[in-house]
Design a protein around this ligand. Structure first.
Ligand SMILES: [Zn+2]
Length: 300
């Protein structure tokens, strides 16, 4: 059996054309096979798992797994945090029981979907952890900025968690951080298309909320939307890339600059996932058991 026949056995509906793909391009052959099997998994999954798999397809969401657990680089996780995050990523039940969140009284499934977006389970702390990490990178990159300042010195509205003072040629630039959970009941049914819908919705919602204010003061504005799986919105990726390009000095070699980018992405993902683990670990101590969700179309 040659490679073409082998791939056609693994991917029955794929018709290999040797004139399109080089037989020596192993990476491409692997991608075809992985994509096919990923699609089979998605097609046979429950609604929740389908959305979860699509969210995990984003390469950034797994950057924390590849991080060397070095405390000096801020890349360490405790055993408890790592354990709960692996269960979260694999879609395993995290709590033994589903029930009611005793903090706010809402229904909480055994996968942690409520706990990572419960407004009384430390969402502000998670938001602030991301803001402070971005501020740290901005400082290390020599980018002057302020946190949580008013847009005009008087207004109580604060659309910019971070205000970059001299951004791309001198202008001010506001960055608004928000976190969204693609598997929350309000998002999960729409997340089965690409897994990125909640990021787009969060960005659109923020822009709507502050549209008048932003137009009036004529300042640039971007939404740094993050999902609870570590996906970043288009605006967030663009802002992070710009900061990373300023992080390395002119003397840095290409390899050093690439390593710095990897480090920053991993550190950001560790910050996001450490907070996620905290919310899951703390939250599950407060879940009061009720009837399980067996037979719910969302999970079966
Ligand atoms: Zn709650």
């Amino acid at each position: 059996m040659n490679i073409r026949q082998f791939v056609n056995v693994l991917v029955p509906r794929f018709s290999c054309r040797e004139n399109v793909l080089q037989l020596s391009d192993h990476r491409r052959w692997s991608e075809i096979i992985y994509d096919h099997h990923f699609q089979l998994m998605v097609n046979s999954a429950s609604v929740r798992n389908k959305a979860r798999l699509l969210c995990l397809k984003n390469p950034l969401s797994g950057a924390w797994l590849a991080a060397c657990p070095a405390p000096a680089l801020g890349l360490q996780l405790t055993n408890a945090e790592f354990n709960v995050l692996v269960r979260w990523r694999l879609g395993c039940e995290i709590g033994e029981e589903c029930g009611v969140c005793s903090i706010c009284g809402s229904a909480a499934n055994s996968f942690g979907d409520h706990l990572v977006c419960c407004q009384r389970n430390g969402v502000i702390r998670r938001h602030n952890a991301i803001v402070h990490y971005l501020s740290k990178v901005a400082s290390a990159s020599g980018l002057p900025h302020r946190l949580e300042c008013s847009v005009d010195g008087e207004s109580r509205e604060r659309p910019g968690d971070i205000m970059m003072l001299r951004w791309e040629g001198g202008g001010m630039y506001m960055v608004d951080v928000c976190v969204s959970h693609p598997l929350a009941l309000s998002n999960v049914w729409s997340s089965v298309r690409t897994g990125r819908e909640c990021l787009e919705a969060a960005e659109a919602g923020k822009r709507r909320k502050y549209s008048g204010l932003i137009q009036n003061i004529d300042k640039s504005y971007t939404v740094f939307a993050v999902s609870s799986f570590g996906q970043l919105s288009v605006g967030a990726e663009s802002f992070l890339n710009e900061m990373m390009s300023c992080y390395s000095t002119d003397e840095s070699s290409v390899e050093e600059a690439e390593l710095n980018k990897v480090k920053i992405v991993q550190q950001l993902q560790i910050v996001i996932h450490r907070e996620l683990a905290r919310m899951l670990l703390v939250g599950y101590r407060s879940v009061v058991r009720v009837d399980p969700l067996e037979g719910d179309p969302l999970y079966s």
